[in-house]
Structures are given as C-alpha cells and as structure tokens.
Design a protein around this ligand. Sequence first.
Ligand code: HEC
Ligand code: HEC
Length: 343
Amino acid sequence: MKTLTTITVAVMLSTSTMPLLADYSKDFSVADDPLYIKACSSCHFAYQPGLMPARSWQKMMLNLEEHFGENVVVEKQKALTEYLVKNAADFSNYKRAVKLIRSLPKAQIPLRITEIPYIMRQHDELLPEMVRGNPDVKTLSECDICHSGAELGSYSEDDINIPGYGPWDDDSFSLYLSHFKNDVGKFYNDLFITKVKVKGEIIAIDDHLITIKPANLQLDSDTMQIDIQHAKFKNGNRANLRPNSVIEVKGGWDGNHLYARKVEFDLNAKVKGQIIAINDHLITIKPYKMKGIPLNNDTVQADIQNAEFEDGNHTHLRQHAFLKIKGNWDGEHLYAHEIEFED
Ligand code: HEC
Ligand code: HEC
C-alpha cells in the first residue's frame, strides 16, 4: 500500500532537480503524470510506463474490470491509456527499456512486468525465501520494497535493500553459504570454509569439477580443484569453460576443493562492428573497433554458439546489424561470450 502524499513528494523532487533525473537516465523514465499516479498507485507501486510495451498497456486498459481479481474504475481512461502508450517501453530510449523490449518475442503481450524475460533474468538469483517466503516482501511485483530508487525510475544494483537480508551485494559470502545450506545440505555447515579468490588457467574439465593452475596462490600442489556446481557466471556461462581459458573464481575453500560462488572469465578480445555474413554459428563482422585481435584482420569471424545475449537473442542477428562482442581470440576466431547490439 502506498499513500498518495509520498509519491507526490517524490515526483516533485524529481522534476525540480534535473541533475537527479540525468543520473537515472539509464533506467526508466519517471512516472510523472498525476492522473496516472492517482488512478494506478493506490493498490501497488506506480509502475513506470517504460516497464511494458504499448500493446500490453492497451490490452490491460481494455479490461480493467478484471484486473488481477480487482475491478479497477478510472476517470479519463482514454487520456490514461494515451499516457501509458506514449511512454511505453517500445517508444523509450532509456537503456533498460530498450533491453526489455529486445528480450520479448514480438507476438507476446505480457500483462505482467514480472513475466518479461529481461525482468525475470534480472531476478533469477533471488532465493525463494527472499521473495515469496519473505513476510515483508511476498511478491516480486512490489518493486519499491527492494529498490529504494524505484519511484525515481532507478533500479541500480547499488540501491537494493531486501527486507530481512539487507543491501544486495553480489559477492556476499553469507548468501553463498545460504546456497549451500539449501542445496547441499547440512554437511557443509560443519566444515570450516575460508573465503578465497583465485585466478588461473583451466587445465581440465570434468562435469562440475574443473582443475586450474592458480597464478596468484601458493598451494601444496600446482593445481586446484574447483566445484562449480553452485557458481554464478559473469561475462560467460558454463559452456564457455574450455581448457586454456583464464578464469577468476571466488568461493569457499575447505582445504581440498574450492566451492565456487562466482566465476569470471578473463576475456582477451573485443570487437565492435557490422555483420556481413551469417553462417550457422559463425558470423563474419566488419569491425570498426577491435581490441586484442591483430589489426591486419579486415573481417573477424566470431563463433557464437555458446554466447549469451546481453539484450535480444539469435533472431536479432541479421545482415548489417551493429553489435559488440566480447570473448576470447584463439588466433583464428573470436570465441564469443557476450553479445550486445548497438543502435
Ligand atoms: C484496486 C486495486 C488496483 C488498482 C487501482 C490497480 N491495480 Fe494493478 N494490480 C492489482 C493487483 C491485485 C495486481 C496483482 C498483484 C500481484 O499479483 O502481486 C495488480 C497488478 C498489476 C500489474 C502487474 C504487476 C506485475 O506483477 O508485473 C500491472 C502492470 C498493473 N497492475 C498496472 C495497473 C495500472 C496501469 C493501473 C491503473 C489503471 C492499476 N494497475 C490499478 C490491483 C490494482
Ligand atoms: C525481493 C526484492 C526485489 C523486488 C521486489 C524487485 N527486485 Fe529488482 N532486483 C532485486 C535484486 C536483488 C536485483 C539484483 C540482482 C543481481 O544483481 O543479480 C534486482 C535487479 C533489478 C534490475 C537490474 C538492475 C541492475 O543494475 O542490473 C532491474 C531493472 C529490476 N531489478 C527491476 C525490478 C522491477 C521493475 C521490479 C518490480 C516489478 C523489481 N525489480 C522488484 C530485487 C528485487
């Protein structure tokens, strides 16, 4: 539940101090229409129009009598719909709105923000006990419970505070241990685990156990065994684990194994350019900017079979599209980890 007064104050603040707005320009444009705030924020958070496509708002506004079990009555329905449609994600230049639209198949008309792939992906690390099982949260739909800047359109990772868990910290060790408590059972609770950060080259991969040669740690042995069963991957994914890749791992060391919490790849190459050919999982790019790739390459061949799309997906790969790829250069190919489309 939200009182009207607090929202009005937030809106006044955000429009009277322009620099504040500019700071948030990467997220979503602020919901600043008094008509909208009056009509749509008495039961829940006043969602920014940029959180859904126009087609979703149109469909929702045509069926307010059956709005998630509520009969919502509004004045000036036409003006309200116009406001939502005009500021919808598909007409927004805000970075997150653009990503949100790209994540959504064109034929889909979601009626929930929390069902949009981009939003789902952002929250896939939250444990059930932080949301549904959390009496102070209960639902992901109340954005402003956790995002303290939500009313100003800011969802920055630095402004997240989950009731009962505190500020969100990606590297949080207690969180890591709570994963263990859930998934591996009591066994690990009795172990003495120390926090370790290690960087090294992958020597072998055997299902969820990988062996690396640590470059920054002195151990009794030259190699270290890492259990990646519960790891979160940054700038790549499990399929990107290959012998010779260099990775940095954070996790808990029990004297035998490192139980990885976070795996980050050491990527040596980057290219920005335009697609000139697509051949199954190999694409050819005419670069205008490269890093870590010899300059005598007029074109760059990228192997994208295990790449993750920052925004969009495979169907957005077409001739002449501009994109940015980060990955590993093996002397011949750019083995892509991350793909982002450029406008
Ligand atoms: C009488 C109460 C009420 C009013 C007024 C109301 N809603 Fe809702 N709305 C709900 C309920 C209940 C849900 C479902 C919440 C849940 O599942 O947690 C909901 C959900 C939503 C969602 C989906 C949130 C998600 O899960 O992603 C959107 C979007 C939404 N409302 C938009 C609007 C708009 C636009 C208006 C104004 C025209 C409005 N609501 C007015 C009760 C209301
Ligand atoms: C239970 C708390 C909680 C609720 C409720 C919640 N979020 Fe989040 N949200 C998070 C956390 C935690 C992250 C960061 C996840 C990570 O870094 O892996 C996040 C990340 C995000 C991000 C990406 C931020 C970034 O810097 O990359 C966006 C955008 C976002 N949330 C939007 C929303 C919207 C919109 C709603 C409501 C429909 C919502 N969230 C509801 C906890 C929440």
